[in-house]
Design a protein around this ligand. Structure first.
Ligand code: NAD
Length: 544
């Protein structure tokens, strides 16, 4: 068996200033819920795996979680063939009947809440609270799209060319097969969150989760089947991008990719070559701005969550914090104390605030970023070291100052528990520094004045901005679009666009009574004059 390394290509350190509180417990053994029969049932749901299995390691303890069967290119093609057949029937099912499946799935998610949290933690290594937030998030997604899909997908009347005579409807047809490629950092939110609207829109889905977190996606597939989803409509394949990436694009009518900017560029380029529509949700280097009038109590608590939720392995996590000069001396010690107070450890309960990194690659990247910064003159205010005493991939939440452009962590995404603090004198200075990046995913602004906070927010070049919150307000407000500008991606998830993108828009224009041509006996010249007058009247009448 070969260990799962997949396609992670992020850049690849240590000190003695670590001081976050360790949990009392030693790395926990796998929970009893993740027993052999369950793992066997889940791996049996992988679509026809004929490749060589890989070992998946549980990050808390480094023990073997599962030998994950792998698919070949041929397996992907066969999975897509079956999906296409089932999709032809599913597309004929009334949207309300489809929606009912996802309302049942919502309830099953909560009925299986504890096993889902066990699985997420076992695969990803995050703290229980972060795992619970994924459970809540996926229920939110089920409910929102199940309630919204019928009205969003029904035919919409549009203004016709000639009022009364041209009647127009916009229809929405499913694309066919949506290929979904998802990462390991949010096994449930990203392992199923984009799948739900794609299926509701009448598509089949062929999905490749990351090997590290495939079990969570398979568990959701199992629940979706129990909720009444037709067998074969949602195909989960397993394998490295380098092994089956091409065939995943071959079978796609739409590609939904979430992962690194580097992989996203390659996939978007391939999709473009094939004229395939795609969304790419990519990396970030997200700023947190603590303005001079921030409520410091709220800002300290929020900034800790903004930077260290899911051990910083969160695409919308804060990695750069800009703090107003006038409050620096008060805010920074309070923030550092709050970070030091985080309880880190691997526990399958709610006793820890921060868990582990997910893999050795992740640990190496964080270590390398901290070591590089320290070697070039950065100062560690807290953290800065791995914690092998807690488990193989634990790293302390780390706060740096004196970070300069020559240091890797100044501009590159770390994707771990590391934040650099910078001082600013004016809002203009903070906004310019926050925008000085090719990324544009998420930002967070803290101010006790709504006008001040919102006016700064509108000047930040990121797809989402949270005022007086780190990331959860924008992410959880699922009625609004979510996604990145610049190197953080193309397209959006959530909101109406998050389901309509999985459809082909078709305009059906029905011309009644007379043709769009000069009526009998009217010359082309007179027709042109009549039309010119009519169009001018429309503009004067304020018609759109
Ligand atoms: P990654 O790009 O290495 O892998 C993501 C997924 O894509 C994995 O399933 C991987 O197997 C697959 N993959 C990679 N190359 C492929 C190819 N050529 N063909 C097909 N599949 C391929 O990213 P990662 O390290 O797993 O995830 C971390 C990155 O994802 C970070 O940069 C993070 O910011 C980003 N991310 C973004 C969002 C968002 O919504 N914007 C959400 C989560 C993570």
């Amino acid at each position: 068996m070969s260990p799962t390394k997949d396609n992670r290509t992020e850049t690849q350190s240590n000190g003695t200033r670590g001081n976050s509180r360790p949990s009392k417990a030693k790395p926990a053994a796998l929970p009893a819920s993740l027993n052999r029969p369950l793992l066997k049932r889940l791996t049996a749901l992988i679509s026809r795996p004929n490749g060589k299995a890989v070992d998946v390691i549980a990050p808390f303890s480094g023990e073997l979680l599962v030998e994950l069967p792998q698919c070949t290119k041929e397996d992907v093609l066969a999975a897509a063939d079956e999906a296409r057949m089932v999709q032809a029937q599913w597309a004929k099912v009334d949207t309300r009947t489809r929606a009912a499946v996802f309302l049942r799935l919502h309830d099953l998610v909560f009925e299986n809440r504890d096993t889902l949290m066990d699985l997420i933690q076992a695969e990803n290594g995050k703290a229980r609270r972060d795992a619970f937030l994924e459970v809540a998030d996926i229920a939110n997604t089920c409910r929102y799209y199940a309630r919204k899909a019928p009205s969003l997908l029904e035919p919409q009347g549009r203004r016709g060319l000639i009022p009364m005579l041209t009647s127009v409807q916009e229809l929405r047809h499913p694309k066919g097969i949506v290929t979904i490629i998802s990462p390991w950092n949010y096994p449930l939110s990203l392992g199923a969150g984009d799948t739900i609207p794609a299926l509701l829109a009448g598509n089949a889905v062929v999905q490749k989760p990351d090997n590290q977190t495939a079990l969570t996606t398979l568990f959701m597939l199992d629940l979706a089947l129990q909720a009444g989803l037709p067998m074969g409509l949602w195909q989960v394949v397993a394998g490295r991008g380098s092994a089956i990436g091409d065939s995943l694009l071959d079978v796609a009518d739409y590609v939904m990719f979430t992962g690194s900017t580097e992989s996203g560029r390659k996939i978007a380029a391939e999709a473009g070559r094939r004229l395939l529509d795609c969304s790419a949700e990519l990396g970030g280097k997200n700023p947190v701005l603590i303005l001079d009038d921030a409520d410091l109590g709220r800002a300290v608590e929020g900034a800790v969550r903004a930077c260290f939720s899911s051990s910083g392995q969160l695409c919308i996590s804060g990695e750069r914090m800009f703090i107003a000069d006038s409050i620096w001396d008060e805010f920074v010690p309070r923030f550092v104390d709050a970070v030091k107070a985080l309880r880190i450890g691997g526990a399958y309960d709610f006793s820890c605030n921060m868990g582990s990194l997910t893999s050795e690659d992740q640990l190496k990247t964080v270590q390398a970023h901290v070591d590089d910064a320290v070697a070039k003159g950065a100062t560690v205010l807290c953290g800065g070291r791995a914690r092998p005493d807690l488990g193989p991939y634990f790293y302390e939440p780390t706060v740096l100052v004196d970070v300069e452009p020559a240091m890797t962590c100044f501009g590159d995404e770390t994707f771990g528990p590391l934040v650099s603090l910078y001082r600013f004198k004016t809002d203009d200075e903070a906004i310019a520094a926050a925008n000085d990046t090719s990324y544009g995913l998420n930002s967070s602004v803290w101010s006790s004045s709504p006008t001040h906070g919102r006016s700064v927010a509108a000047r930040l070049k990121t797809g989402t901005v949270n005022v007086n919150e780190g990331y959860a307000a924008a992410w959880g407000s699922i009625d609004a679009p979510m996604g990145g500008m610049g190197a953080s991606g193309i397209g959006r998830r959530h909101g109406a666009g998050g389901i309509l993108k999985y459809t082909e828009a078709q305009t059906v224009a029905h011309q009644r009574l007379m043709n769009i041509a000069p009526p009998l006996g009217l010359s082309d010249e007179t027709f042109a004059k009549v039309m010119t007058t009519a169009l001018k009247v429309m503009k004067r009448a304020g018609l759109s």
